[in-house]
Design a protein around this ligand. Structure first.
Ligand SMILES: Cc1cc2nc3c(=O)[nH]c(=O)nc-3n(C[C@H](O)[C@H](O)[C@H](O)COP(=O)(O)OP(=O)(O)OC[C@H]3O[C@@H](n4cnc5c(N)ncnc54)[C@H](O)[C@@H]3O)c2cc1C
Length: 300
C-alpha cells in the first residue's frame, strides 16, 4: 500500500482547514472501510488522510425533545445505530438496514456518513434515511447548509459535496402517528454482500388503521441513485392497505425503476423483485404501524 500521512483533527473547523491547505492531495477518512479498499486497489492515492473519527460528537442517535427530530450523526457507526433502543423501537426501517451491513467487525468501524458519501447505488444506509425524509447537514468553511437527503445523490459514486465539505448529520423529522416502516436488502447472501436490490417502505395510516395517509417507497440498486417510486406512492394514498393494493404499488414501482443487468442480477429479475419486496415490506410496515404507534412526537 502507498504511504500517506494520517492527520487527526479534533474539530470540524480544524479538519476543514487541514483539507483546504492540502487540496486534492488530501482525503477524509471515517471508518476507512471504503477508502482503504480503494487505496489498496490503486483507485485512490492520497498523500494525506484526514480522520473524522476523533471529532467530538454524540455516538448514538438522539432525539431533540423540543422538535421531535431524530439526529443521526455522520460519524456514528452502523453498530451504534443498530444498538440504539430508540432506533430499534421507533425507526425499525433504519434498524432493518444497518443490522445487515457487512459483518459486526465492519459495522463496528464503518460509519453511516461514509456510507452516504460513498454514494454507491447499493448503499444500505441511504434507503431508510430517505424513506424517513432525512435532511443532510453539510459543513464547510462557509458555514452550514441543509438539503433533502434524496437530492444529495447525483450519480453512482457521486454526491452533492464540494471539496472539503463534511457531512455532519442526517436529521429526521417527527413521524406521523400510526406510521410503520420496513427495509429489506435482497441478495444471494444475507451478510458480507452488497445488495442486488434494497427496498424500503414507510406507511402512515388514517385513524381507521387501514387507509393509507402517506406512503414512501424508496429503492436502492434500481436506478443510478437511490430513488422514491412516486407514482407507486401516489397510487397507495387514500386506498386500503392490503395485499392486493400493495402488489399493484409494487408493480408500478417496478415500472418506475431503471434497473439494469449487472454482475449481481439481471434487470428483469430485479424488476420482478421490486414488486415482490414492495408488497412484502408494505405488509410488514402495516403490521408495525398497527402494533405500535411508531414515531410521532416522542420524548425519551
Ligand atoms: C467487507 C465489506 C462489506 C460491506 N458490506 C456493506 C453492506 O452490506 N452494505 C453497504 O451499504 N455497504 C457495505 N460496505 C461498504 C462500507 O462498509 C460502507 O459504505 C461504510 O458505511 C463506509 O463508511 P466508512 O466510515 O468506512 O467510510 P470511509 O471509507 O471512511 O469513507 C468513505 C467515503 O466517504 C468520505 N467521508 C466519510 N465520512 C465523511 C463525512 N462525514 N463527510 C464527508 N466525507 C466523508 C471519505 O472521504 C470517502 O470518500 C462493505 C464494505 C466492506 C469492506
Amino acid at each position: 500500500m502507498r504511504k500517506f500521512t494520517y492527520l487527526v483533527p479534533k474539530t470540524l473547523d480544524e479538519a476543514i482547514s487541514l483539507h483546504e491547505a492540502r487540496g486534492e492531495r488530501a482525503k477524509y477518512i471515517a471508518g476507512g472501510t471504503d477508502v482503504l479498499v480503494k487505496i489498496k486497489e490503486g483507485k485512490l492515492a492520497p498523500d494525506y488522510l484526514i480522520s473524522l473519527k476523533h471529532i467530538l460528537s454524540q455516538d448514538r442517535p438522539f432525539l431533540n425533545n423540543e422538535t421531535g427530530e431524530l439526529y443521526v450523526g455522520a460519524f456514528m457507526t452502523h453498530r451504534s445505530i443498530e444498538k440504539s433502543p430508540l432506533v430499534q423501537l421507533h425507526y425499525p426501517i433504519l434498524h432493518d438496514a444497518v443490522k445487515n451491513i457487512g459483518s459486526v467487525q465492519i459495522r463496528n468501524v464503518a460509519t453511516i456518513g461514509g456510507n452516504l458519501v460513498n454514494a454507491v447505488p447499493s448503499a444500505d444506509g441511504a434507503i431508510p434515511l430517505i424513506a424517513l425524509d432525512g435532511k443532510a447537514h453539510i459543513y464547510s468553511a462557509k458555514g452550514e447548509r441543509t438539503m433533502e437527503l434524496l437530492r444529495f445523490f447525483l450519480g453512482p459514486g457521486q454526491c452533492d459535496l464540494g471539496r472539503g465539505e463534511i457531512l455532519t448529520e442526517v436529521v429526521i423529522p417527527p413521524q406521523r402517528p400510526r406510521t410503520g416502516s420496513a427495509y429489506m436488502k435482497h441478495g444471494r447472501r444475507e451478510a458480507m454482500e452488497l445488495p442486488m436490490l434494497g427496498v424500503g417502505v414507510l406507511l402512515s395510516l388514517e385513524e381507521d388503521l387501514n387507509t393509507c395517509a402517506q406512503a414512501r417507497i424508496c429503492l436502492g440498486v434500481a436506478a443510478p441513485t437511490p430513488f422514491r417510486a412516486l407514482m407507486a406512492e401516489k397510487f397507495l394514498v387514500g386506498k386500503a392497505i392490503n395485499a392486493e393494493n400493495l402488489a399493484e404499488a409494487g408493480r408500478i414501482a417496478g415500472d418506475e425503476s431503471r434497473v439494469r443487468d449487472s454482475i449481481r442480477g439481471v434487470a428483469w429479475y430485479r424488476r420482478e423483485m421490486v414488486g415482490v419486496l414492495v408488497k412484502r415490506m408494505g405488509l410488514k410496515a402495516l403490521e408495525r404501524a398497527e402494533n405500535k404507534a411508531e414515531g410521532g412526537r416522542l420524548t425519551v
